[in-house]
Write a protein that binds this ligand. Sequence first.
Ligand code: NOJ
Ligand code: CA
Length: 567
Amino acid sequence: MTTASLTAPAALQADADWWRQAAVYQIYPRSFADGNGDGIGDLRGIISRVPYLQQLGVDAVWLSPFYPSALADGGYDVDDYRDVDPKIGTLAEFDEMVAALHGAGIRLIVDVVPNHSSDRHEWFQEALASPKGSNARERYIFRDGRGENGELPPADWTSIFSGPAWTRVPDGQWYLHSFATEQPDFNWKHPEVHEDFLRTLAFWSDRGVDGFRIDVAHGLAKDLPAELPSTAELKEMPKDGSHPLWDRDDVHEIYAEWRELFNRYDPPRIAVAEAWVETPERRAKYASPEGLGQAFNFDLMEADFAAEHFRDIVTDNLAQSAVTGSSTTWVFSNHDGIRHATRYGLPPREGRPVKQGAAWVAAGGPEDGIDRELGLRRARAATLFELALPGSAYLYQGEELGLHEVAEIPDEQRQDPAFWRTTAEDRGFDGLGRDGCRVPLPWTRSGSSFGFGEGGAHLPQPAWFADFSVEAEDGAAGSTLELYRSALRLRSELQGAETLEWDEELSGGDVLAFARPGGWLSVTNFGAEPVALPEGEVLLASSPLESADDGGLLLPGATTAWVQRSA
Ligand code: NOJ
Ligand code: CA
């Protein structure tokens, strides 16, 4: 195996802890920037926008899948883990992109999808062409069906995107796919699966990639008994490490292998787990320094804009990260969620299981069902709150423009399998699906696809994108883009030790205030009525401040201010 890569410039190599408090910008490549005008974002487009990322002030980019794919699930159906989709670019362009990012002082994290490949992956094609019981079939999870002629699936399981989780192949056997039909699950009991992923991780590490985002990290290890449990039985089983499908204790043996590989590089490659688990304690296992090292905490994506929720979430997650020695992650928006400017403009969600905002999207995004201005105002306040916290902040492309979710996508243009695998009657957690946060970004006020590229855009962009374009916001006082730029610049200057102290004097009711080392204070007013702002130098505010009668400053509702007090 190859050891240390020398592609990162010296300035970037120096700090093995760079990830602990990084601001990481997620690029969904097919929707970021289109370099050749075919309507699909690509690596050329990303390279052309490196100056934009540098000006924004992010420390790293997380790149969602760019591998060859038929896009049955937006690229999370991977045909070949060690190549670039020809529709997106070439390996040479990938190297060019790494050099451009590193040259701008920006690290790169790439997405790895180890729970399943696509059905076009050469191993799955080989499995289809090979007989039952063959080595090729053993790399995936094949079973005989039930019923007299095996005509019934091996179990009644449903996929995460709805519809059956087992699909029959021509010779009568069935394979497991936890997600779309085109995403067969790997069998991680097979040594070749282990070897192949180690090869993939080394392949990208050798090309200078700084880290990995691990998709469905809680799903790889499975232990299926000969007699498969029913869905009802599965639901009853505890998720304590012994569940046959999810968050098994033995999944960490895989990550221990990976850690050994990561640590052969200088600086060690980093990894962040997407792990949906039952408790924060179980999440912490993924963040262990002997394992992946960091894990996503999605709590803020699910919380209402309320002081007590935010405080509980921060307190719990800081306590958890102290246990593992990892740093905490924060995220409000990503390619799977409803954008936070929209969520916060909607009435609080009533109950589960549909995600917040999904019902509004399903209703066609009615204007009388949302307060867009308030939503964005709260989103900006939430982001300043987030960027003042210790730990790493994961930002999703377009949130720096204050983009709302796009609800106005005609059914026939939707791409998400979570939409296509359901009917109006059985829409699950994702509602109409996740296309509304994946619409290509607006770079200019007008022109073809709002400057996304010379051609069209692969998902329809609404007319209101013009006012949220980079062109409209660049240099405009008070714009969301300028707020993010200022916040990220200040954050990198102010960020110190990973500690936080609640300011009990200021906090209470709708107000939440905390101090960071060096006298940096973040105060958020979650309510509607203005409150007095403490003395000190105001560094930045998410909305304009007001003046009090006594000459002091007031923090209006749904606003965060950063104040510098004497250290
Ligand atoms: C999680 C990814 O974030 C999501 O986009 C994808 O559909 C599933 N994993 C399956 O890979
Ligand atoms: Ca393109």
